[in-house]
Write a protein that binds this ligand. Structure first.
Ligand code: ADP
Ligand code: MG
Length: 691
């Protein structure tokens, strides 16, 4: 097989029609390579003959049978075929009944007198051995055994019209066409870790000669997958800087701090020093700054960026949305331009003409800090000497996007900011060698947000208390889950509620409607007016969820709160409580709450602590769905499991480091078809072994 053929679409494989390729696609399998590296869920053991006479209640038969009679049972008009078979494997003559629910047509295939290979799970029902889940393969002559017989059979994930038989057929068709792959990892790694040679591993994965070999093949691919993930996320590093954080703020940083109306918290100060210390080291920084919503992470980004600017190098600051990028750009302009820092703003909406000038200036080094969305890592963006990347709300970005940015500079320091705490093993796997800085305390003078659970009927009292806040000059957000009423649900939507609020409840108060169907320019304009207090409240969908910072807003109303997840609720609530003003959050709920929704709302009422809330989220929802990670495409591993052996992660990390230090095998990695398939954000989130 030629390497490029791994990229061939599955629809071009012989025998794969439209329906089948659609079913594969729904599993995330699109190319030949995807299917070739499809991980079996487990192996079914059909090695030993288990004649019908030896089958216990609930266990499996694996034998040869002859059809002896047909009968029908069940109510008239919905009769079900029952095929009675007797064992002909030469070990007794027990009989069993095959119940063909909805498959009466099988009478034509399982004709009386014919012999079949039979595999299936059986139950004892009134002393009759019965199965409704079985496989039968016709035996033509005594010596032609069916391919499944006497083997370990891989069981694959299925979707749509797929059957195990189809997947097995297609996988084996691909295997038969495959010429040898060359080893991608250095042989020394294979030996040290008892990995199978790649071609053997591929064969054994789908056709294991023993359970042990199958498991070894599986392990080999888990190892390779984790290796590539770690390798890609790690860069050459020296020993990490230990010891005193002896960093002294530069003059320009001090001048910046003097312009602020408040003092840094102790945590902010320490974290800043930690980061600046790192930035001064030879090795590249890879650091996560975590701190709860509103703890003041952005300021640390600017403060540390000043150090890099002072060294005449460039900084890129990336935000997940246009709205947020704009807010950061405006804040940076007011903070940093007075200090002589040259700023630019780049998102998808910057005009072609403006963009051209901007890109030239960036390539010439006339820009110190560029702020933008993922447009920053589109290919034409060239830097003169990019050396520091700051990623806000990092959990919203995928691995591929981060890698693309890293490739824009030689030695690039990376600071990722997030309010979502990351489990240690995940951090290690997804980010390679990651250092973590944490802000634990909130800025001085912050009052905890008071959260009320408001039932639908008592909304008028809520409206009244918000009006009191308005009279004090404070502002509010009203958040709804939908944009408009499409008739299909009875959820309140922003459009009708905007009408209602602005005519019935607050007729003389200025407000605006904001949602994802507005253009970015419109959204940005509304937010600007809100910040300037020209608008008193916003009626919004969850577009305001992340990062928006308007400290004068003190009320957050979330309607149909039961429809939001805990992390979304916490993020939304975090839009208020951003100053020393007392803030309020109203979670409005419908009467019929599920137990889970009740638990979520109570967690919100009782806690303002993002770490605690994340923990509760995990408890309520189960570990498969740690907020933020699943959605962002981080966790999609084919073979490996992050909750598996943490020791293995350490071993693989060391192997990856050793290669980075020696450059051994780097060339091979450039042209590695297996790697390409594995790293292409693989599809299975539900396919880790523990499921
Ligand atoms: P987040 O960590 O959620 O990104 P921000 O960086 O947006 O939070 O900061 C939230 C608000 O707190 C901003 O208005 C910011 O100016 C303010 N802030 C940051 N640090 C302090 C501090 N030490 N004292 C008072 N206010 C602060
Ligand atoms: Mg933020």
């Amino acid at each position: 097989m030629f390497i490029r053929e791994l990229k061939e679409p599955l629809s071009s494989l012989k025998g794969v029609g439209k329906q089948t390729s659609a079913a594969y696609a729904s599993l995330g399998l699109n190319s030949w390579g995807d299917l070739l590296l499809l991980a079996p869920r487990y192996y079914e053991d059909r090695q030993n003959i288990v004649p019908l006479g030896l089958v216990a209640d609930g266990s499996y038969a694996n034998t040869f049978v002859q059809v002896i009679s047909h009968s029908y049972f069940g109510p008239l008009g919905r009769k079900t075929l029952k095929v009675t078979v007797s064992d002909v494997s030469g070990q007794g003559d027990a009989t069993a009944s095959l119940l063909c629910f909805g498959r009466n047509f099988l009478a034509k295939t399982f004709r009386v007198g014919l012999r079949f290979y039979l595999y299936g799970q059986f139950n004892l029902n009134f002393r009759e051995l019965q199965s409704s889940q079985f496989e039968m393969v016709l035996l033509n002559s005594e010596d032609s055994l069916p391919p499944e017989f006497g083997k370990l059979v891989p069981i694959y994930p299925l979707a749509g019209t797929l059957t195990q038989k189809t997947v097995r057929r297609d996988v084996n068709r691909l295997l038969a066409m495959t010429e040898e792959f060359t080893e991608e990892l250095p042989v020394s790694i294979n030996q040290r870790n008892s990995l199978l040679p790649i071609n053997e591993a591929l064969n054994y994965l789908h056709n294991p000669p023993s359970l042990k070999k199958g498991e070894q093949a599986y392990f080999t691919f888990s190892f390779i997958e984790l290796f590539y993930l770690l390798f890609t996320n790690r860069r050459k590093s020296g020993p990490s800087a230990q010891g005193a954080f002896d960093f002294k703020l530069l003059d320009i940083q001090k001048r910046f701090l003097e312009t602020l109306s408040f003092k840094l918290t102790k945590d902010q100060e320490e974290v800043t020093k930690e980061i600046c210390n790192d930035l001064l080291q030879e090795r590249a920084m890879n650091r996560l700054l975590q701190g709860d919503v509103g703890s003041g992470k952005t300021l640390i980004a600017w403060l540390s960026a000043l150090l890099v600017v002072a060294q005449k190098k460039q900084v890129a600051f990336m935000a997940p949305t246009e709205l947020l990028a704009r807010q950061h750009a405006e804040q940076a302009a007011s903070y940093l331009e007075p200090l002589g820092v040259r700023l630019a703003f780049l998102t998808g909406s910057v005009s072609a003409k403006g963009r051209k000038l901007l890109l030239e200036a960036l390539a010439n080094g006339e820009i110190d800090i560029i702020i933008g969305t993922h447009a920053l890592f589109s290919t034409p963006v060239k830097f003169k000497n990019l050396s520091y990347i700051i990623i806000d709300e990092q959990h919203r970005f995928g691995v591929a996007q981060r890698i693309a940015l890293l490739q824009k500079g030689k030695k690039v320091d990376v600071l990722m900011m997030s309010a979502t705490p990351i489990p240690r093993t995940l951090a290690l796997t997804v980010f390679g060698d990651l250092n973590i800085s944490t802000i634990r305390m909130m800025p001085l003078g912050r009052k905890p947000i008071t959260t009320y659970l408001v039932s639908n009927q008592s909304r008028n009292r809520m409206y009244a208390s918000i009006e009191v806040e308005f009279s004090r000059g404070h502002q509010a957000y009203f958040v709804y889950p939908r944009i408009d009423d499409q008739g299909s649900s009875n959820l309140r939507d922003v459009e009708s509620m905007y009408k209602y609020l602005s005519t019935e409840i607050y007729p003389n108060i200025k407000a605006a409607l904001i949602h994802s169907r507005l253009s970015d320019e419109e959204k940005i304009d509304i937010l600007r007016k809100f910040r300037a207090r020209e608008l008193t409240y916003l009626v919004s969908t969850s577009v305001v969820e992340v990062g928006i910072d308007v400290p004068n807003a003190t009320c957050m109303v979330i309607e149909h709160a039961e429809h939001f997840g805990l992390s979304a609720l916490h993020q939304l609530r975090g839009r208020v409580g951003r100053s020393s003003l007392q803030s309020y959050c109203f979670l409005v709920y419908e009467d019929k709450l599920s137990e889970e929704a009740k638990k979520r709302l109570l967690v919100m009422k009782n806690s303002n602590d993002g770490f605690y809330i994340a923990e509760q989220d995990l408890l309520i929802r189960g570990p498969g769905e740690v907020s933020g990670f699943k959605q962002s495409g981080f966790l999609k591993l084919r073979f490996a499991s992050l909750t598996g052996d943490p020791h293995l992660l350490e071993i693989i990390r060391d192997e990856a480091d050793a290669i980075l230090e020696s450059d051994e095998g780097l060339i091979k990695l450039e042209n590695a078809p297996i790697r390409e398939v594995l790293l292409k954000a693989p599809p299975f989130e539900n396919l880790t072994m523990e499921s």
